[in-house]
Design a protein around this ligand. Structure first.
Ligand code: ADP
Length: 309
């Protein structure tokens, strides 16, 4: 059985904007799933439909075999979504809010789990303060705790580590990884593609409301990722429109001032020579060149046609 099956989901906002176009995705049970897409791709719309804060125009979503769009109460108990804001009186403490949230889902009080969550989300010191006094980062972590407090089988984390410093981010990922190892299916959006590559075993990329890739991380990096010919010049490269056109066949991108051209193998032959000659003609002889295997970020940027970073 799959954790989530999304079929032909469409969303047209009242403004007429079509934010999702026939989105179909399968999230296998127990996976660590990355949902990636540039700004405006439709990720929040999709998550908000799952969280029941936006209504789908058409299509279906099934959560562990239940129709999520009709069995809302069941869905809420089994899906953990980070709320947009703390829906409790700000004079309650984080500890009280977590107990209330469990109660709201009809679950028994669980001191040990609430303490564990407070500790893992580094809120123990602030557990009994009034929530209004917490910093923005602490409030965000409390929202993550709220999504987890009823031990949902499937958890959706929308940018859980945005604006969190590197050390804490690592500890948060460790915790989420542990939950996943214990059987929780995790669907995650993040702008940290290096981390997504390391953590996630499945990845879907959406662009302009459509799914453009959905597969295991291993197969994306094995089958879709290719090599790049990287050309360094005396000055950091900035591509003119005419140069982009001339290099179009090689999906040119500039990474940290270095020109990167996508190499393809055809019948066992790489187009390395053609790429090198094209770079020479468009920008002159490079200072040096090297080959680099594409990582998730390269594949993401190539598939979504972003040519600079
Ligand atoms: P992402 O989360 O990937 O950045 P969103 O789902 O927020 O993307 O947005 C997808 C598209 O839908 C964007 O073009 C956005 O401007 C539009 N959009 C989002 N919310 C609304 C809304 N309430 N009304 C009209 N258009 C919206």
């Amino acid at each position: 059985m799959t954790a989530l099956t999304i079929k032909d989901l469409n969303k047209v906002y009242e403004s007429g904007k079509q934010a999702l176009q026939n989105v179909s995705l399968t999230v296998p049970k127990g996976v660590f799933f990355a949902l990636l897409g540039p700004n405006g791709a439709g990720k929040s719309t999709l998550i908000n439909i799952l969280a029941d804060t936006v209504r789908a125009s058409s299509g279906s979503v099934s959560l562990l075999g239940h129709d999520l769009l009709t069995e809302r109460a069941w869905g809420k108990r089994h899906l953990g979504v980070v709320p947009q804001e703390i829906a409790f009186d700000p004079f309650f403490s984080p500890r009280e809010i977590l107990h209330f949230t469990r109660g709201m889902y009809g679950q028994k009080r669980d001191e040990a789990w609430v303490n564990d969550l407070l500790e893992r989300l580094e809120l123990s010191e602030h557990a009994n303060k009034i929530t209004r006094q917490l910093s923005g980062g602490m409030k965000r972590r409390l929202l993550v705790a709220q999504a987890l407090v009823h031990r949902p089988k499937v958890v959706i984390l929308d940018e859980p580590t945005a604006g969190v410093d590197v050390e804490l981010r690592k500890r948060l990922w460790d915790f989420i990884r542990e939950l996943n190892a214990q059987g929780t299916t995790v669907l995650l959006t993040t702008h940290y593609l290096e981390e997504a590559q390391e953590l996630c075993d499945h990845v879907a990329i959406i662009n302009q409301g459509q799914v453009i890739a959905s597969q295991s991380m291993q197969s994306l990096l094995g089958d879709v990722a290719s090599s790049n010919l990287c050309c360094r010049y005396e000055q950091p490269v900035k591509l003119l429109e005419s140069q982009k056109q001339a290099l179009q066949a090689f999906a040119p991108r500039v990474c940290d001032g270095v020109l990167c051209l996508n190499l393809q193998h055809q019948e066992g032959q790489s187009n390395f020579d053609a790429a090198y000659q094209a770079a020479r003609q468009a920008l002159g002889v490079p200072l040096d060149t090297y080959i680099r295997q594409e990582n998730l970020e390269d594949v993401f940027l190539r598939l979504t046609h972003k040519d600079t970073r």
